[in-house]
Ligand binder design. Structure first.
Ligand code: SF4
Length: 378
C-alpha cells in the first residue's frame, strides 16, 4: 500500500522545497513555465498541431478534435490526412453526401461522430460563414460539440483560456493534486483543480496540448516516469508515493456477451448483398453485411435466421469473429448462401459487384467478417 506522509490542501500543488517561497499565482506560473519548457523541446509533432503563435485553421482543429474523441492519435493520423485530401475545406465537407463521409469514416468507430460532424459542417457553413464561433455556448449548440470539444476550440483555435480536460489531462491532474476520489466521481474535483492551471495561462493554446503530451509520454496510465517528469517538484502523488495508484477507478462489471449470424449472400451475377443500416442505434447510417438479431449468449438459444436467408449454410461451429463494442462483446458466426438476384430482398438491402467492392468501406466488425469469409472461401 502506498505510504501517506503529507498533509495539506489537495487543491494546491505541493510547495517545492527547492524553490523560494512564492504566492499561489507565482507557483502556478512556475508550474506552467516548466510545462512549456518541456513541451517546446519534447512535445509531439502532430499533423494538426501548430505550436506557439502560428496561424491555426479552425476546420483542421475541429476535424482533429472530433476524430480524437475516444480514439488514439495513431489511429486518427491516416483518417485525418484522407479527409483533408478529399475535403480540404469545411465548405467542401458540407457539400458532400453523407454516405461518402460515412464510407471514409469506416473503421474509426463511434459512427454517430461522423454523422454529427457532417451535420455540423453544413450548419457552420450555412449559418456561421464557415467559421467556428469564439463563444463557448454558441459552439455547444452545434452537433457533436460538447463540453470538451468546445473548450478545445476556444483554447487551441481562439487562443483563449478554457478548461480542457481529456483523459490524459484528467490523469495528470488527479496525480498532481493526489485526488483519490474514484475517477467516475471526481469530475468536478478535477475540473476545479484544472481551472487554476488553465485560466491564467500565458499560452492558452499550448497548455492543453502540452498536458496531453505529458500524459501520453511521461505520466502514462501505468508506470509514470516521475524521475524525468518536468513537474515532479509540484506533484503530490509522486511525493506521496501513490502515482501508480492514481487515478482510482471503480471496477467495471464484465461486459455482456452477445451472439448472432453474419451473412455473405452472393448471386450468380458476381454480386454481394449489403445492408444500409438504420439512422439510429449501433453502427447507425453505415453500410454493413446483413446480420441476424444479436441475442445474449447465456439465453441458451440460437439466434433466429433472417427469413430471407433461411437456406444459408453455417461455415462451421467454431468459425466466428469476436468484436468488442463499448457496452458488450459480440460473436458473429458466419453463414453464406447464393441466391437469385431477382429475389426480392427488401428496401434496406442492395447488391454491389464483388469486383468493385472494398471491405475498407465497412465498419471494422464487418471487415473482420469479410476477411474470415475470404479465408474460408469454399
Ligand atoms: Fe505524473 Fe509522476 Fe509527473 Fe506526477 S511526477 S505528473 S505522477 S509523471
Amino acid at each position: 500500500m502506498a505510504k501517506r506522509n503529507l498533509k495539506g490542501n489537495k487543491t494546491e500543488y505541493l510547495r517545492t522545497s527547492r524553490t523560494q517561497i512564492r504566492n499561489p499565482a507565482q507557483e502556478d506560473a512556475e508550474f506552467r513555465r516548466q510545462v512549456f519548457a518541456w513541451y517546446d523541446r519534447h512535445g509531439r509533432d502532430l499533423p494538426w498541431r501548430i505550436k506557439g503563435d502560428g496561424a491555426v485553421d479552425g476546420y483542421k482543429v475541429w476535424l482533429s478534435e472530433i476524430m480524437l474523441q475516444q480514439t488514439t492519435v495513431a489511429a486518427v493520423k491516416s483518417y485525418y490526412k484522407k479527409f483533408l485530401d478529399r475535403w480540404p475545406t469545411i465548405e467542401s465537407l458540407a457539400a458532400s453526401e453523407r454516405q461518402e463521409v460515412m464510407n471514409e469514416w469506416a473503421g474509426l468507430g463511434y459512427y454517430a461522430r461522423a454523422r454529427n460532424m457532417h451535420e455540423c459542417a453544413k450548419l457552420v457553413t450555412s449559418e456561421y460563414g464557415g467559421q467556428f464561433s469564439d463563444d463557448i455556448l454558441e459552439l455547444r449548440k452545434l452537433p457533436g460539440i460538447g463540453e470538451y470539444t468546445s473548450a478545445a476550440l476556444i483554447s487551441i483555435l481562439h487562443k483563449k483560456p478554457a478548461v480542457v480536460v481529456d483523459a490524459n489531462i484528467e490523469r495528470v491532474i488527479a496525480r498532481l493534486f493526489a485526488i483519490e476520489t474514484p475517477l467516475q466521481a471526481a469530475k468536478s474535483e478535477i475540473k476545479k483543480a484544472a481551472e487554476k492551471i488553465f485560466m491564467r495561462s500565458e499560452r492558452p493554446a499550448d497548455l492543453p496540448q502540452a498536458l496531453m503530451d505529458l500524459g501520453a509520454l511521461i505520466c502514462t496510465p501505468k508506470n509514470p516516469q516521475c524521475t524525468i517528469c518536468p513537474v515532479n517538484g509540484f506533484c503530490r502523488a509522486q511525493k506521496e508515493g501513490i502515482a501508480n495508484d492514481l487515478p482510482q477507478k471503480i471496477a467495471k462489471s464484465p461486459k455482456p456477451q452477445k451472439v448472432g449470424f453474419v451473412y455473405k449472400i452472393t448471386n450468380d451475377q458476381g454480386q454481394i448483398l449489403l445492408e444500409q443500416r438504420p439512422d439510429k442505434g449501433l453502427l447507425s447510417g453505415m453500410i454493413g453485411m446483413p446480420t441476424s438479431d444479436w441475442i445474449d449468449r447465456d439465453e441458451n438459444s440460437t439466434p433466429s435466421d433472417l427469413r430471407l436467408f433461411k437456406n444459408s449454410t453455417l461455415l462451421g461451429d467454431h468459425i466466428f469473429i469476436r468484436h468488442g463494442f463499448t457496452h458488450f462483446d459480440l460473436d458473429l458466426h458466419l453463414k453464406e448462401a447464393t441466391v437469385s438476384n431477382k429475389q426480392k430482398q427488401g428496401d434496406k438491402y442492395f447488391w454491389v459487384n464483388l469486383d468493385e467492392f472494398s471491405p475498407d468501406s465497412l465498419p471494422t466488425v464487418f471487415r473482420k467478417a469479410f476477411r474470415l469469409f475470404r479465408e474460408h472461401k469454399s
